[in-house]
Every structure is written in structure tokens, then in C-alpha cells.
Design a protein around this ligand. Structure first.
Ligand code: ZN
Length: 383
């Protein structure tokens, strides 16, 4: 995924941080250092302490990293349930509004989805309650010793982790996509309804919810609420589309929709660009595998975009091997077509080579996949 870095691996899942997540982390560090928001006896910031700004920032950094680790734990709890039920999770990317797990397949099993979706908010609530108990047991803050006082710093940190985990847990239980509550709701409805209908209903409920939240945000001039409403609205819509693709392509494999080997057109590496352009006009394909012959390993892939980078006057001297892309992105013929679609979208490319045992067996394009979906036409296309 673009704009993210890997920070480690847990249970075979690579943990990635998206740049938006790091940005929010920095905002939180600053926020906790300069604020002293009070809830009851709890103080949720280090500003009130009689210490230097550097020390406040230091405490705030520790509290923020601890809090963000609990967000990671929330995401891991979803994946932990999935792994235990035999689903393969490759990576988790933490975004500004939580995480996205990269899964090979989506569980279409309502009971599993219910447990998976509920695990996250449940863990956040448990962390919130436990740290609250810690606060109550060791608290409250020593008002006289609000200065450089380790006990106070620990209690403020516990308060922050407690309150924000409770907020996170409750917010995620809102019955709207893309929050966990939306998934819980869909899974619950899917116990009785077909999966797509359950998704549609959960999406409408989520959209209505977002709409009401937006109106309320406008009336109270609460910018954050309006932003969340917009985020929830588009999240719901995205979920509907994703589910539509996933369901329409269910059971369809790459080999069912690809251009098979016998119909493949390839170009040799020593062809000139002029020869290639001629082939493009004749066969009306925009991309070709580059190889000596079909039984040899594919050397690369060459597309119309590559051609455009070469000035016309060099078309007779430059060869295909000079401009082709050598890093080949491929799928196996046995992969799900839906997975191929995700790979195409993720890398923003036109076509994937289908490779088995190091030999090319076909090519699959976005068009091949879409055409197949139109044939099935189980449901009208969601807009
Ligand atoms: Zn979650």
C-alpha cells in the first residue's frame, strides 16, 4: 500500500503504518501536552503539570504511543479471530481512522463476521474498563504534587488510555460502515437475509445515520461531526460496491475469464518500437508480454504508455527490451478473479500476466473481469 511503512510482524501479519496515522500521532502528542481536559477527577493532558514543555511533550509522547498501541491491539484482535478461523491475513495498515486488514478472502460467514467485527470494540472496551479500574485504585491525582510527579504522570496516562479506548469502543459500535458496528449489523442481518441484501440494508442504515449526524453537525456547527458524517457516508457506499464486486465474482477464477495462452499475442524483445506500434494497431491491445517464444520465461511487459515515452524519431532504433517493464505483477490461474481485480486496482495497471510454474498461461484485464460481471448481472450496478 502506498505511503505506508512496515514496523514489524505479529502472528505472521505484517504491521504497516500509513502516513496519515503518523500525522495523527504527532497531533495527539501535541494535543495531550498542551491540554488539561478534565472529566470528573480525571485530567486528560499534561498541561496542568508544573514542568517544562519538553517534559510535557515527553510524557505526552509516551502516553500517545501507549494509546496508539491499544489501537493496534484493537486491529490485531480482529485479525486474531480471523486467523483462528483459518483466514489468511497478510498485513494490517493503520490509517487515520483505524486499520485495514489485507485479507485473501472476505469471510462470507455471518457468524464468523459477527465475532470478527465485535472482537475489536470488545477489546477496546475491556482495555478502557481495566485502565479505569487502575485509575480508581491508584488515583486520584495528587493535587499538591501536580509538579514533577511520576504518580500523576502515570495516572494521567491511564486516564487518557481509559477514556479514549471507551470512546473508540463505543464509536466503533455505531451501526454504520465502515465502523465495526456496520459489520456487526450486516452479519446480524445476514443470519436471515442473503448477504447482498443484508449489506444493502446495513448500508442504508449507515447512510441514514451519517445523514442525521451531518444535520446535527451542521445545526451545532461541529466541524468534526460533519467530517465524520461524510467519512461514514462514503465508507458505507464503498462497502456496498466492494461487496457487489466480491459477490458478483464469487467462485470465478482467473482462468475462467483470462485470455488463454492459445490466444495470446506476445512481442519479441528485439522488435523495434515501430514494429510494436504496428502490432498495437493491428491487434488493438494496449499491452503485451515480451518473450522469445511462449514456452520461455516472460522477460517483461510492454504497454502503450511505455511507447509514448519514446520520441517518434527513435521508433526505428529503440527496441522493446529497452522500454519494457521488467518487474512483472502476476496472478495464478487458480486465484479468484476478485483478487485479480484488487491487484489491478491496487497497482493501478491495465493488465496482469497469469503465470503458472514460471510459464505464461494467459493475460487478464479489468475489462475481462467486468465483462464477466455484466453477464452474471445478479443485481443492478450500485452507483
Ligand atoms: Zn475495529
Amino acid at each position: 500500500m502506498k505511503w505506508s511503512i512496515q514496523i514489524g510482524k505479529v502472528m505472521g501479519i505484517s504491521i504497516r503504518l500509513h502516513i496519515t496515522f503518523l500525522f495523527i500521532l504527532i497531533l495527539f502528542i501535541y494535543y495531550f501536552a498542551v491540554i488539561d481536559l478534565k472529566i470528573g477527577t480525571m485530567v486528560l493532558g499534561f498541561n496542568g503539570m508544573d514542568i517544562s514543555l519538553t517534559e510535557k511533550l515527553l510524557f505526552s509522547t509516551i502516553a500517545s504511543i501507549l494509546f496508539f498501541s491499544t489501537i493496534l491491539l484493537h486491529e490485531l484482535s480482529h485479525s486474531f479471530v480471523a486467523k483462528r478461523k483459518g483466514l489468511n491475513i497478510q498485513s494490517i495498515t493503520l490509517f487515520v481512522f483505524g486499520g485495514v486488514a489485507q485479507m485473501e478472502e472476505i469471510p462470507r460467514n455471518p457468524k464468523l463476521e459477527l465475532t470478527m467485527a465485535a472482537a475489536g470494540p470488545a477489546l477496546s472496551l475491556v482495555i478502557g474498563i481495566l485502565t479505569y479500574a487502575f485509575y480508581v485504585y491508584f488515583g486520584p491525582l495528587e493535587v499538591d504534587g501536580i509538579g514533577m510527579n511520576t504518580k500523576n504522570a502515570i495516572l494521567i496516562t491511564a486516564g487518557i488510555i481509559s477514556v479514549y479506548n471507551l470512546v473508540l469502543g463505543i464509536f466503533n459500535l455505531l451501526p454504520a460502515f465502515p465502523m465495526d458496528g456496520g459489520r456487526v449489523l450486516r452479519a446480524f442481518l445476514a443470519l436471515w437475509l442473503p448477504y447482498m441484501d443484508a449489506t444493502r440494508m446495513a448500508v442504508s442504515i449507515g447512510k441514514t445515520f451519517a445523514f442525521l449526524m451531518g444535520i446535527f453537525g451542521l445545526l451545532t456547527i461541529n466541524l468534526i461531526l460533519i467530517l465524520i458524517a461524510v467519512f461514514v457516508f462514503y465508507g458505507a457506499q464503498g462497502e456496498e460496491r466492494e461487496t457487489f464486486f466480491a459477490i458478483s465474482l464469487e467462485g470465478i477464477k482467473v482462468k475462467d475469464v483470462m485470455t488463454p495462452r492459445q490466444d495470446l499475442i506476445y512481442v519479441p524483445p528485439d522488435w523495434t518500437i515501430s514494429q510494436l506500434v504496428e502490432a498495437m494497431f493491428r491487434f488493438k491491445h494496449m499491452g503485451y508480454p515480451v518473450q522469445e517464444d511462449l514456452d520461455k520465461t516472460t522477460l517483461g511487459i510492454v504497454t502503450f504508455e511505455d511507447v509514448q515515452k519514446v520520441p517518434k524519431e527513435h521508433h526505428d532504433s529503440v527496441q522493446v527490451k529497452d522500454i519494457m517493464t521488467r518487474a512483472i505483477i502476476s496472478v495464478s490461474p487458480e486465484n479468484e478473479a476478485y483478487q485479480a481485480l484488487q491487484t489491478i486496482a491496487k497497482h493501478n495497471i491495465g493488465r496482469l500476466l497469469v503465470i503458472k510454474d514460471d510459464r505464461i498461461t494467459g493475460i487478464i484485464t479489468m475489462k475481462d473481469i467486468m465483462r464477466n460481471m455484466q453477464f452474471k448481472h445478479m443485481h443492478p450496478f450500485p452507483d
